[in-house]
Design a protein around this ligand. Structure first.
Ligand SMILES: Nc1ncnc2c1ncn2[C@@H]1O[C@H](COP(=O)(O)OP(=O)(O)O)[C@@H](O)[C@H]1O
Ligand SMILES: [Mg+2]
Length: 280
C-alpha cells in the first residue's frame, strides 16, 4: 500500500524581502496509513512549514510531496481543493480557526457537510455521532462562549472530521490547553486512530504528549533528525498474556528488530537485540 504521506527531498525557502530563510532542507519523511505520529522539534525547526505544505496551503521550493496518493505539485488547484476537502482534516492550535462563534456547536459541525451538499438528516446524524465520540453530546446546542477551551478544541476536532477524512493534520492542537485537558484530547485522538482507522500527524513541542503516539519524528534544522537520546526510559503497559509494547523509537535506538532476548537481571528485565552475547 502507498504511504499516506510521502515527502522526498523537500526544500522550502521562505523569502522575506531580500532575506532568505531555509525552513526545510532536504526533508525525507513517510507515514503509513493508520499511523498516529507526532512531529517534535525546537521552535524554528520547520514543523509548521512542513504542515502548511502537507495541508496544501503553501508549495515547496523543491522536492516532491504526496498526500493520500496524490502528488501535490502536479494537480490543478480545484482538484486539490476538492481532494483536500474530502480526504484531509486540519486542526490548529488556535481552534477558533475551525469554528464560527455565532453558531451553536452542532451547526459548526454541520457546516462543512452543508457546504458539501450532504442532506439535512445525514448531517444531523453524523454531527451528533461525532459530538458523542468526543464527549460533547450534551453541548450540541450550546453557544461557543459557554464552552471551555478544551471543549472548543474537541468541537474543532469534530469540524475537522465532519467529512470523514482519512488523514488528520494538527499543528500544536493542545498548545493553549492545560496538561489534563491536553491528555483528554490525546485520548480522543488515540480512540479515533484505533477504532476509526484515522491516520493522524500531530505537531507538538510537548515530549510527554508526543510519547503517547506510535512514532515520534524529530525535526532539526529543516530535516528529520536522528533518535532522541533524551528518551532513555518509558512506561509501558503489560497486557494480559505478558505482551509488552515498547515505543518503536526505543526499539530502533536499541537496535531491536522483530525478536529480542529478555533476561532477568537484578532489578528487572533487560531487553536486548537477539544476537547480543552476554558471555554466560
Ligand atoms: N512566512 C515566513 N516567512 C519567512 N520566514 C519564515 C516564514 N515561516 C517560517 N519562517 C522561518 O522558517 C523557519 C521554520 O519555521 P517554522 O516552520 O514556523 O518552525 P516551527 O513550527 O518548527 O517553529 C524559521 O526560521 C522561521 O523563522
Ligand atoms: Mg510552529
Amino acid at each position: 500500500m502507498a504511504p499516506i504521506i510521502d515527502c522526498r527531498n523537500l526544500i522550502k525557502i521562505h523569502k522575506q524581502g531580500n532575506l532568505e530563510v531555509v525552513a526545510l532542507q532536504g526533508l525525507d519523511f513517510t507515514m503509513e496509513e493508520g499511523e498516529f505520529i507526532s512531529v517534535v522539534g525546537k521552535s524554528g525547526a520547520g514543523k509548521s512549514t512542513l504542515l502548511t505544505i502537507l495541508a496544501g496551503l503553501d508549495v515547496p521550493s523543491a522536492g516532491a510531496v504526496e498526500v493520500t496518493g496524490l502528488e501535490l505539485s502536479d494537480i490543478a488547484e480545484r482538484a486539490l481543493v476538492r481532494h483536500y476537502r474530502r480526504n484531509v482534516g486540519f486542526l490548529w492550535q488556535d481552534y477558533s480557526r475551525n469554528l464560527l462563534p455565532y453558531l451553536k456547536a452542532i451547526d459548526n459541525v454541520e457546516l462543512p457537510m452543508l457546504l458539501a451538499g450532504v442532506g439535512a438528516r445525514r448531517r444531523r446524524a453524523r454531527a451528533l455521532a461525532l459530538l458523542e465520540a468526543v464527549g460533547l453530546r450534551n453541548h450540541a446546542y450550546s453557544k461557543l462562549h459557554t464552552m471551555s477551551g478544551g471543549e472548543q478544541q474537541r468541537l474543532a476536532l469534530c469540524v475537522a472530521l465532519a467529512l470523514g477524512p482519512k488523514l488528520l493534520l494538527a499543528d500544536e492542537p493542545t498548545g493553549e490547553l492545560d496538561t489534563e485537558t491536553s491528555l483528554g484530547i490525546y485520548e480522543v485522538l488515540r480512540r479515533l486512530n484505533e477504532e476509526g482507522g484515522l491516520s493522524i500527524l500531530v505537531v507538538t513541542h510537548d515530549v510527554a504528549l508526543a510519547q503517547r503516539t506510535d512514532r515520534v519524528v524529530r525535526l532539526a534544522d529543516g530535516k528529520v533528525a536522528g533518535p532522541d537520546y533524551h528518551r532513555e526510559s518509558a512506561t509501558v503497559e503489560v497486557g494480559p498474556h505478558g505482551a509488552v509494547e515498547i515505543p518503536r523509537d526505543m526499539l530502533i535506538e536499541a537496535g531491536i528488530g522483530d525478536r529480542a532476548k529478555a533476561r532477568i537481571v537484578e532489578d528487572g528485565i533487560l531487553l536486548q537485540p537477539e544476537d547480543t552475547s552476554d558471555g554466560s
